[in-house]
Design a protein around this ligand. Structure first.
Ligand SMILES: [Zn+2]
Length: 321
C-alpha cells in the first residue's frame, strides 16, 4: 500500500537504487528543509543576513493593478508562475555592525496568512534569539512589516529592541483611523488590515522612535524618502566604505510585474508619488550599480536594476557559498 511517506519518497528519490535504500522514508523530512537565511557582507564593517519570515500572496491583479488581464496572465505564464495567485517573499535583513544587531523590517508573523512568522526559526538557525536584537527599523507600518513585533500573548517579540518607525505612517495608520478605500481589496480585508497594524505595534508604542525618512539611524544605516506606497515609507541605504546595499521595501512587490513590467501596485496609496519614488530610486540603483534587496522578491531578494529602453530589468545576483 502506498503511504503518503512512500509517495513523497518516490518524488524525492529514485526508487530501487542503493541511494534510495541508504535513505529510508523515515529520514526524509516532510518539507524540503532548505535554508531560510542567507549571509553576505557589506564592506569590511557590516555582516548582513537575509532572514526569511516566510511567504504571503494574493491575486496577481492586486499587485499589478493597471495590467491588462490577458497580458498579466501571459507574463506570469512565461515566468512559469501560477496565474491565480502571486506568492511574495518576506526578506527581512539582519545587519551586525559596531556590536549592534539591527533588524530591518519585522516581517508579517501570522497577520497576513499562515505562511508567515518564520523569522524566529531562521534567527535560531544562525544561533540568535529575539532578545539578541538591539534595534528594529521598519520601512513602513503595513502588517507584513510590523506583524512580528507582537508575541501571541501580546508581549514584545524582540524584548530588548528599540523600534524605529516612520512618523508619517505612525500618524496615518496608528494615531488615526486610516481611510483605506484606495486598496483594491474587499472591505473586511481593509478592516482587518488596519486592525492588524494597531494590534502589532501596541506592545512597542511606549518607547517607539519615530523617524523622518532621510534620517540616519546608526552610522552605516541611512533612511531615504520613498513616499507614495504609504505616507512615510522609507528605503534603507546600508554603507561600509565604498560598498552599499539599497533596500527598496515595497517600491515593487514582484520584479516580474513591477520592475520588468511597469505595472502599478494596487496598495500604493498615492500612485503618482509612488511612481516618482520608484523611478528616482530605481534610476539611482541602476546608475550606481547598487546591490539591491527587494523585501518581497524571490528569496534571498538580492540583485541589481538594469536600465533598459523600455524601463528596467531585475538581475538577481548569483548565490554565494
Ligand atoms: Zn510589504
Amino acid at each position: 500500500m502506498l503511504t503518503a511517506a512512500s509517495v513523497a519518497t518516490g518524488l524525492l528519490l529514485p526508487t530501487g537504487t542503493a541511494f534510495a535504500q541508504a535513505a529510508p522514508a523515515a529520514s526524509v523530512p516532510p518539507q524540503a528543509g532548505n535554508a531560510g537565511h542567507y549571509r553576505f557582507r557589506v564592506g569590511d564593517d557590516i555582516a548582513a543576513t537575509v532572514l526569511s519570515d516566510g511567504l504571503i500572496g494574493g491575486p496577481p491583479q492586486v499587485y499589478a493593478s493597471d495590467a491588462p488581464e490577458a497580458e498579466l496572465e501571459e507574463v506570469l505564464r512565461r515566468a512559469f508562475l501560477p496565474t491565480d495567485r502571486l506568492t511574495l517573499n518576506l526578506n527581512t535583513l539582519l545587519i551586525e555592525t559596531n556590536g549592534r544587531r539591527i533588524l530591518l523590517e519585522a516581517g508579517a508573523g501570522q497577520t497576513m496568512g499562515p505562511q508567515g512568522g518564520r523569522i524566529f526559526e531562521n534567527l535560531a538557525a544562525i544561533g540568535l534569539q529575539p532578545e539578541d536584537i538591539d534595534v528594529v527599523v521598519v520601512s513602513h507600518t503595513h502588517p507584513d512589516h510590523v506583524g512580528n513585533l507582537r508575541t501571541a500573548d501580546g508581549g514584545k517579540a524582540f524584548p530588548r529592541a528599540v523600534v524605529f518607525a516612520p512618523r508619517a505612517d505612525w500618524d496615518f495608520f496608528i494615531r488615526n483611523d486610516p481611510d483605506l478605500s484606495y486598496m483594491p481589496v474587499p472591505e473586511d480585508f481593509r478592516r482587518n488590515f488596519a486592525a492588524a497594524i494597531k494590534r502589532s505595534v501596541e506592545p512597542v508604542t511606549n518607547g517607539i522612535e519615530l523617524y523622518e525618512a532621510g534620517a540616519e539611524i546608526v552610522p552605516g544605516l541611512t533612511t531615504l524618502p520613498a513616499f507614495g506606497h504609504t505616507p512615510g515609507m522609507a528605503n534603507f541605504l546600508v554603507q561600509s566604505g565604498a560598498d552599499q546595499l539599497l533596500l527598496t521595501a515595497d517600491l515593487a512587490y514582484h520584479p516580474i510585474v513591477n520592475v520588468d513590467r511597469p505595472w502599478v501596485p494596487g496598495p500604493d496609496r498615492d500612485k503618482d508619488t509612488a511612481l516618482a519614488s520608484r523611478r528616482r530610486i530605481f534610476d539611482m540603483a541602476a546608475a550606481d550599480r547598487l546591490l539591491v534587496l527587494g523585501f518581497h522578491y524571490p528569496f534571498p531578494g538580492l540583485g541589481r536594476m538594469l536600465k533598459t529602453d523600455a524601463g528596467y530589468a531585475w538581475v538577481p545576483v548569483n548565490w554565494q557559498f
